[in-house]
Design a protein. Structure first.
Length: 133
């Protein structure tokens, strides 16, 4: 998660409870529920939101493709398997590419609110495919 960086590890320790709350929220509802309501506004909050989205989509793609043999979030396996029934691995990969590009743009000082709105639209496009939810 931190790429061997002590600084990143210390920052992650501080943010860990929020990260766990986000993962729990993703697991409890549908994929559509994740982007309903309040969106992050600060650069750091948007980065964390994007990171959570990327991690979850990665696991959804894995669960959809191979049944979840290589999940990172094993504690959320049941939710990932349930949600993976509604997405195709290729669609997850496309959304991941878009979210990673947005992650890079927010680090290059693009408006965090704009990036959050674009990330929300990417997520909605994934989950609102015909016959999904």
């Amino acid at each position: 998660l931190c790429g061997g960086s002590v600084t990143k590890a210390m920052a992650l320790i501080e943010r860990w409870p929020l990260r766990q709350q986000q993962l729990t929220r993703l697991a409890q509802g549908t994929l559509l529920d994740w982007v309903q309501g309040h969106m992050p506004e600060t650069r750091q909050d948007v980065i964390e939101w994007l990171d959570t989205m990327v991690e979850w989509l990665r696991d959804l793609a894995v669960a959809s493709a191979d049944g979840g043999q290589a999940l990172r979030h094993h504690e959320q396996e049941a939710a990932l398997r349930r949600q993976a029934q509604h997405v195709a691995p290729d669609d997850c990969a496309d959304a991941l590419r878009e979210l990673l590009a947005l992650r890079e743009s927010v680090e290059q000082f693009v408006s965090p609110r704009l990036v959050a709105a674009m990330a929300r639209e990417t997520w909605l496009a994934l989950v609102q495919q015909p016959e999904r939810f």
